[in-house]
Every structure is written in structure tokens, then in C-alpha cells.
Design a protein around this ligand. Structure first.
Ligand SMILES: Nc1ncnc2c1ncn2[C@@H]1O[C@H](COP(=O)(O)OP(=O)(O)OP(=O)(O)O)[C@@H](O)[C@H]1O
Length: 337
């Protein structure tokens, strides 16, 4: 479990202040995968680095597994013993893997076990067990240069699990990988999350990552979380920018003779023949101009753009009908209703 309360981080660079985090609060439930998405410079890396105190926040608190890390002394590599111990319970994986090229896959996974003070035999046993868990049992003796990007990230994940963490932080872990490898690494993260009950906080700029593995997500802009919630709830929120970014339908081609309507199907509505009912009950010619269906977690979510004949004020009854069917109804380009 991770609780972040009113976190701020101000960097002082060349005589001026840069506010990287501006009052961030976030709660990630035990066993949940939470994704923070945002553009470059939004403050995502700073946020994740403040969680394990690689970066000291200017103010606010970070509690991991019930422990207030901000109250523990030390900074960066100079962390005191209590903070070092607390960090041992937080695994972290990185965009560029951060493996030691001089060590084998096994040697890289053994590194944190050495720091923990485990004996040689115990280290080897545990490292091989972890490599097996990430599907790399047969590559234990390979050096990073002999491994593909996806394999390197698997080693990174095995290393992150060495301290038996309850929490895993992921800093753009799939950004350097091709789409297929990204998919397999994300599936691995999802499996580990379920198998080990890991709480995962990941940062990404890729919407696909959020769609594929996240239970909940936040949108980060200019050091603030401007939207936050369960992915399926966000999708059901009219006007949610995260929902639009997750399932883009593009710019609407509006006109006085038609009403453009964006619909989000979730829950039971996803399986119901709502459009044909609408056409039948209201005697309308409905045009479907765009649609996308995705699986978010285990649920099917669909978005569809339709056009109804006539302006919006003439279509109050069909729009009410669509809402009654449990759909989220938005008129693109107009204020959310
Ligand atoms: N050590 C630092 N000193 C000064 N400013 C910094 C430092 N680290 C980050 N910043 C600034 O803080 C802001 C947030 O940066 P951060 O790296 O957290 O964003 P990000 O969303 O992770 O972006 P990216 O995806 O490009 O890494 C930026 O304006 C950045 O320039």
C-alpha cells in the first residue's frame, strides 16, 4: 500500500525554483496496479523517486506499507539504516534496465542479495529461483550484452524482487522495448502482481500500458494529478481527458443538421444491442462514424461515435434513452453534461 499526501518538490536550479510536484496526493491500494501517465516534464520521475526517497520531497509525506518514509533520515545514497531497510521492501525497475554489464544475469540478481548479506549458496539459490519466476532460468549465465531488451528487463524485474518487496515501482519500464516485447513484459508484471500480491506504481507516457495492466490511473500535468481513479470509473466520467486519451475518437465533424454523440459502453451495456434499439424505439437513422473496443483489466469497454439527424435540442429524447441504457453520453466539443 502506498499513500502520498500533499507532496511537493521544488528544485533549485541556476538560481530559480522549478516546482516539479505541486501538492500531489495519491492512495494505491494493496495489490493494485496504478499508472501515472503524463507528458515529458510533468513530474512523473520526480514522483516515483520521491516514493522510495531517492529524491527528498520539499514537503508532504509518503507512507509505504504503513511506514512514513519521509520521517526516516538520510538522502539518496547516504540513507540511514532504517531508510535502507525500508527501501529493501520496495523494488524498482528502470527504462534502461540499469544492469551491470560485467556481471551475468544471475550476478545482477545476486547483487542486492549480497548487500543484504546472504551467503554465496543462498544467493545463488534465490537468484536462480527469481530468474525462473521471470522465465529466464536458462539464461542465468548470460551477460547483458547477450540478452535482448525484453530479457534484460526480466533480469531487472528479478533483481527488483530480490528483497521480497510488497511494492514495485516502475519507471517507464517498457519505453525502450518494441510493442511485442512490451506486451510480454507487461503480462509478466500483471502475473507477478497477482501471484505475489504486489502493489505496483508505474509511470509511463504510453496509454497502452495503462490499458493493458492498470487497475487505476492518474493523469499528471505540471506537477499535479489532474485526474485519478479506477480506469473503468474514469471511462464512465463525462469529460474525462484520460478516457479520451485512452480511447481517442478524434475531432468531431459537427454540423447544424446533425448531432455527434460519443458513447462509452461499460458493464452490462457493453453486451446490449443499444444502437439497434435506439433506431427502432425512436425511428431514427443512426450513423456509426467511429468505434473502438478494448479490454481494460478483465472488462470490455467500448467507445463509439454516432450521428443522429437534426441538432442536439431536437434529440433530447434519444439522448435520454441512451443514458437510461447505462451508457456515458457526451457531445464532443460541448461542455460535459
Ligand atoms: N534534478 C533536477 N534539478 C532541477 N530540475 C529538475 C530536476 N529533475 C527534474 N527537474 C525538473 O522538474 C520537472 C519535472 O521533471 P520529471 O523528470 O519529474 O518529469 P517527467 O514527467 O518524469 O518527464 P520525463 O518523462 O521527460 O522524465 C521538469 O521541469 C524538470 O526539468
Amino acid at each position: 500500500m502506498i499513500t502520498i499526501s500533499d507532496l511537493t518538490k521544488v528544485y533549485r536550479a541556476r538560481g530559480r525554483d522549478v516546482t516539479a510536484l505541486d501538492g500531489v496526493s495519491l492512495h494505491v491500494e494493496p495489490g493494485e496496479v496504478h499508472g501515472v501517465i503524463g507528458r515529458s516534464g510533468a513530474g512523473k520521475s520526480t514522483l516515483i523517486r520521491c516514493v522510495n526517497q531517492l529524491e527528498r520531497p520539499t514537503s508532504g509525506t509518503v507512507t509505504v506499507e504503513g511506514r512514513d518514509l519521509t520521517a526516516l533520515a538520510g538522502k539518496g545514497n547516504r540513507a540511514g539504516r532504517p531508510l535502507r531497510r525500508a527501501r529493501g521492501g520496495i523494488g524498482m525497475i528502470f527504462q534502461h534496465f540499469n544492469l551491470l554489464s560485467s556481471r551475468t544475469a544471475q550476478g545482477n540478481v545476486e547483487l542486492p542479495l549480497e548487500i543484504q548479506g546472504l551467503g554465496r549458496r543462498e544467493r545463488a539459490r534465490k537468484a536462480l529461483e527469481l530468474l525462473d519466476l521471470v522465465g529466464l532460468a536458462d539464461r542465468a549465465r548470460a551477460h547483458p550484452a547477450q540478452l535482448s531488451g525484453g530479457q534484460k528487463q526480466r533480469v531487472g524485474i528479478a533483481r527488483a524482487l530480490a528483497g521480497d518487496p510488497k511494492v514495485l515501482l516502475s519507471d517507464e519500464a517498457t519505453s525502450a522495448l518494441d510493442p511485442e516485447t512490451t506486451g510480454s513484459v507487461l503480462r509478466l508484471l500483471r502475473d507477478l502482481n497477482r501471484q505475489l500480491g504486489l502493489t505496483v506504481l508505474l509511470i509511463t507516457h504510453e496509454m497502452d500500458v495503462v490499458k493493458t495492466v492498470c487497475d487505476s490511473a492518474s493523469l499528471m500535468e505540471d506537477g499535479r494529478l489532474t485526474e485519478s481513479g479506477r480506469v473503468d470509473d474514469l471511462l464512465a466520467t463525462p469529460g474525462s481527458r484520460l478516457a479520451h486519451a485512452l480511447f481517442p475518437l478524434g475531432a468531431a465533424d459537427r454540423g447544424p443538421d446533425r448531432t455527434v454523440v460519443d458513447l462509452t459502453f461499460h458493464g452490462e451495456a457493453a453486451g446490449a444491442p443499444v444502437i439497434s434499439r435506439l433506431a427502432r424505439v425512436h425511428g431514427l437513422d443512426v450513423s456509426i462514424v467511429g468505434a473502438t473496443v478494448e479490454t481494460v483489466g478483465t472488462r470490455q469497454i467500448g467507445r463509439m461515435r454516432i450521428e443522429l439527424p437534426g441538432p442536439a435540442e431536437k434529440n433530447a429524447a434519444p439522448l435520454a434513452f441512451l443514458r437510461d441504457q447505462g451508457l456515458t453520453v457526451e457531445l464532443p466539443g460541448e461542455e460535459p453534461r
